[in-house]
Design a protein around this ligand. Structure first.
Ligand SMILES: Cc1cc2nc3c(=O)[nH]c(=O)nc-3n(C[C@H](O)[C@H](O)[C@H](O)COP(=O)(O)OP(=O)(O)OC[C@H]3O[C@@H](n4cnc5c(N)ncnc54)[C@H](O)[C@@H]3O)c2cc1C
Length: 432
């Protein structure tokens, strides 16, 4: 069948198997090469093997919970929204969550995802106490920071290339409410936004929505949404999807003018200093409300480009990158900036101390050419591009920006992963 990531680009023919048990997984591994896939929320081609893709979504049981320590044992196919629905009413929640609740535990570990609180608590993998991994020969290994540590640090962030994650023990965080206190602050340009991020660095969650197409003086004008868990208000959760995009939108719907109009409207509607209580799903997963929103970009699909650049000269560098995007008129509906804390020990993990920006582009040759130019600028600034969003980075760019890739390959070699676990992305990036 034809398979793609959330960006619907590229589209690749693959045989998709859906194992429900460990035995079925080991049988599939005995047949030949594969890659694990969760919910397919990675944007590009990381969860697709052109021969066989193993969809782990159906390997989805809760395996145990220690209420005294808040440690959850869960199979890799469980989606984060299920954990949220079951555990928030019991007073526990994920210490780190990406912007979609549909991500599975396996996918969240393999991409070492980050949330709106990276600057304070790091990545998802930093809250995983141990992982059960099935190696290419069917052997099951329990890896953690203290046993099979090399495998652990390669699997967290390793994009499925070390083995199949079967289950994980995750340290949950206590919460008292299913509501979030949200404060809106408007910034009139990038410099102001970066100052606001630093001033509010002790607030648990922060994310800024940025208008890429504002006039030059106001480039980077943005709406910063700060958040913290409320102490009261009940622990009920509303996870309903309210809208649906039933068909592909015509490609012409999203153009320079419609995006610009949307961005200006969003900025002018936000109320400076507004403070309110919002539902947990509203704050953390606003896009999950719209079923199939990825169809908005038309049949050819879209690429989400996410990079991180160091704090030093951060505003100047971000201005340069946004300026280039605006000049070519290729900006997106969604441009999001977050603050990152320090780098961790996971060999291919994306975040390091600095600022990250993510934005969507409709796929076209013009987009690909622009992104190649942006890559060079990001590399010169000491930055890197996020693997879980990537659909077109070259092997040269990867090697220059993920300096621990050779150690990663040697760990894969040691555990028999080479030739067994491979994705369309790993081939493109020159990983064996
Ligand atoms: C709306 C939206 C918002 C997002 N926001 C964020 C964000 O804020 N922060 C962030 O970091 N990411 C974000 N993402 C990206 C998303 O969180 C990651 O791509 C995540 O990995 C998706 O999980 P998945 O289960 O869908 O994995 P998939 O997309 O299916 O796979 C992703 C990677 O994980 C591997 N994998 C999956 N399951 C297993 C397994 N059992 N064993 C071994 N490897 C496995 C795959 O091989 C692949 O390399 C967002 C995505 C969307 C669509």
């Amino acid at each position: 069948m034809i398979v793609s990531g959330w960006g619907r680009y590229p589209k690749i023919d693959s045989n998709v198997s859906r194992p429900h048990t460990r035995k079925e997984i080991s049988k599939l591994l005995a047949i030949g090469q594969t890659i694990a896939r969760g919910s397919g929320r990675a944007y590009g081609d990381s969860a697709i093997n052109p021969i066989n893709t193993m969809e782990m979504r159906w390997f989805d049981q809760f395996a145990g919970f220690d209420p005294a320590a808040g440690v959850l044992t869960v199979n890799a196919g469980v989606q984060l929204r299920e954990i949220t629905k079951v555990f928030v009413p019991r007073g526990w929640w994920l210490p780190v969550t990406p912007g979609t609740s549909f991500a599975t535990v396996g996918g969240s570990i393999a991409s070492d995802v980050h949330g709106k609180n990276h600057h304070l608590v790091g990545t998802f993998g930093e809250h995983v106490k141990e992982i059960e991994i099935m190696l290419g020969n069917g052997e099951i290994v329990t890896a953690s920071a203290s046993q099979y540590a090399d495998l652990f640090y390669s699997t967290c962030g390793g994009m499925g290339l070390t083995g199949v994650i079967l289950s994980a023990k995750i340290q949950l965080a206590p919460v008292k409410s299913g509501l979030v206190k949200q404060k809106t602050i408007k910034a009139s340009n990038l410099e102001e936004l970066f100052e606001l991020f630093e001033e509010n660095a002790d607030v648990p969650y922060s994310v800024a929505w940025v208008d890429c197409l504002a006039p030059e003086r106001e480039l980077g004008r943005s709406v910063l949404l700060l958040g913290d868990h409320a102490k009261k208000g009940g622990v009920q959760i509303d996870s309903r999807q309210r809208f649906k995009i039933p068909i592909d939108a015509p490609g012409f719907l999203l153009n320079r003018w419609s995006i610009k109009a949307f961005n200006s409207l969003y900025y002018s509607k936000a109320k400076q200093g507004d403070e309110k209580l919002v539902g947990l799903f509203d704050y953390f997963y606003p896009l999950d409300k719209i079923d199939n929103w990825n169809r908005m970009y038309g049949h050819s699909g879209f690429i989400q480009y996410q990079f991180v650049i160091p704090k030093q000269n951060g505003a100047d560098n971000m201005r340069k990158l946004l300026g280039r995007i605006a000049y070519l008129g290729e900006g997106s509906f969604l441009a999001v900036i977050k603050l990152f804390g320090g780098e961790n020990d996971n060999l291919l993990s994306f975040p390091f101390s600095g600022y990250t920006l993510a934005l969507d582009f409709k796929v076209s040759q013009k987009t690909i050419d622009l992104l190649n130019v942006l890559d060079e600028l990001v590399i010169d600034m000491g930055g890197r591009i996020y693997l879980t969003k990537d659909a077109r980075m070259t092997s040269n760019t990867f090697r220059r920006t993920y300096p621990r890739w050779e150690t990663f390959e040697s760990v894969r070699q040691k555990y028999g992963a080479i030739g067994k676990f491979s994705s369309a992305q790993s081939v493109r990036l020159g990983l064996l």
